[in-house]
Design a protein around this ligand. Structure first.
Ligand SMILES: NC(=O)c1ccc[n+]([C@@H]2O[C@H](COP(=O)([O-])OP(=O)(O)OC[C@H]3O[C@@H](n4cnc5c(N)ncnc54)[C@H](O)[C@@H]3O)[C@@H](O)[C@H]2O)c1
Ligand SMILES: [Zn+2]
Length: 352
């Protein structure tokens, strides 16, 4: 068992182990005196893991209800959040009770958001079951859902009481979603850890080092969110590859590259440009291309960079007439460059 504690106004532990689901009730019991627990999960995860978690919660004295919604990003909307809140009402959860988010980032983000607003905030536990949610979305307290105007446009900062990462759940994850997580894992190496990057390059099969890799990524995210909970400074580094990645996803109507794949291509494009501008150590882009290829992740955007630029300029993270671009200085080290909008075209033209 590996363990981390995120400190701050509402500290919480992250436990990482194989077969943690079987004991989830015991760990949840340690952080709450709740009488009732509501498991929130989706239609793919429910048949795989809900029963195990429910049994363990029951064994530890919780009265348990379960809310299941259709799997997928298309469900990440206010109607589903409203369904969760209705389920909380029906289960008669009180201020001292707890929600248990069992699933990927879609489940975690929305269950966290419903917990943040129901009765002005109740406790919740994250049990992330995708690689992406284990290394990224379950830690840091960002919760929310999409609106028809765009992704993640509504939400709240609400920390979980506990994060339980069962590495065994990755065994049932479809390959596409595993790649998604690997894209983010490579990102952590690039922004903060040369050691992680080398470890990824050297390994035969990522499954052999998965617990260690998840621990390293979560530990990096922990440090970053401890330093900058509300994303005013260092937390922006986690967006490496994301400005272009999001633009790629949008350009393809979210039906093309998966998020982590798009982020991979985004990291490569921006690094090529930054290398040409003399902001990144020479050879870095080649190393990024090599690692993406090693993990069978795409390295190209089949389209025009100018279309991506247009989309990027509507990014909600944009402030004034500059764009905050996260760049790698070299492998394992990154920084935020405030780039005037007028310079974006010529900067990115170098990546073509
Ligand atoms: N809060 C944050 O800081 C943060 C950070 C990154 C991403 N996100 C959000 O996370 C979401 C993406 O997360 P995701 O990729 O986990 O998506 P997801 O929750 O949709 O999960 C992907 C798919 O895998 C299925 N699944 C989950 N666990 C499984 C398992 N163990 N075995 C088999 N199938 C399983 C799900 O049902 C779904 O079909 C996006 O909405 C994104 O905005 C949030
Ligand atoms: Zn991401």
């Amino acid at each position: 068992m590996r363990k981390l504690t995120v400190s701050g106004a509402s500290p919480y532990e992250i436990l990482i182990d194989a077969q943690i689901l079987e004991k989830s009730g015991e760990y949840v019991r340690r952080v709450t005196g709740a009488e009732k627990a509501l498991i929130i999960t989706d239609t793919n995860v429910a048949p795989l893991y809900a029963q195990t978690v429910k049994a363990s919660l029951l064994e530890n004295g919780f009265k348990v209800d379960t809310f299941v919604f259709p799997a997928g990003e298309a469900s990440k909307n206010l109607d589903t959040v409203s369904g969760m809140i209705k389920a909380m009402c029906e289960a008669e959860l009180g201020r001292g009770d707890i929600a248990v988010a069992l699933g990927g980032g879609v489940v975690g983000d929305m269950a966290g958001f419903a917990s943040a607003i129901y009765l002005r905030g109740i406790d919740f536990v994250q049990i992330p079951t995708t690689l992406l949610s284990q290394v990224d979305s379950s830690v840091g307290g960002k919760t929310g859902c999409d609106l028809s105007f765009g992704k993640n446009l509504i939400g709240a900062f609400h920390n979980p009481k506990l994060v339980l990462i069962d590495t065994n759940t990755i065994k049932t994850l479809p390959a596409r979603y595993k790649n998604d997580g690997i894209g983010e894992i490579i990102k952590y190496g690039l922004i903060k850890s040369e050691k992680l990057f080398s470890q990824l390059l050297a390994c035969q099969n990522i499954d052999d080092i998965l617990t260690d890799v998840i621990f390293t990524c979560v530990d990096i995210k922990r440090q970053v969110v401890e330093n900058d909970f509300t994303e005013k400074g260092e937390r922006m580094l986690l967006n490496f590859g994301h400005t272009i990645g999001h633009a790629i996803e949008k350009a393809q109507n979210f039906e093309g590259l998966a998020h982590g794949e798009a982020v991979g291509v985004g990291m490569l494009i921006i690094t090529k440009a930054a290398e040409s501008a003399g902001l990144t150590q020479k050879g870095t882009a080649k190393q990024i291309e090599n690692i993406l290829t090693k993990f069978s992740l795409p390295t190209k955007f089949e389209g025009q960079i100018k279309d991506l630029i247009e989309i990027m300029l509507y990014d909600k993270k944009r402030r004034g007439d500059t764009l905050n671009l996260v760049l790698a200085k070299k492998i394992g080290s990154s920084f935020v460059e405030k780039m005037p909008i007028k310079d974006i075209n010529s900067f990115l033209a170098e990546a073509d």
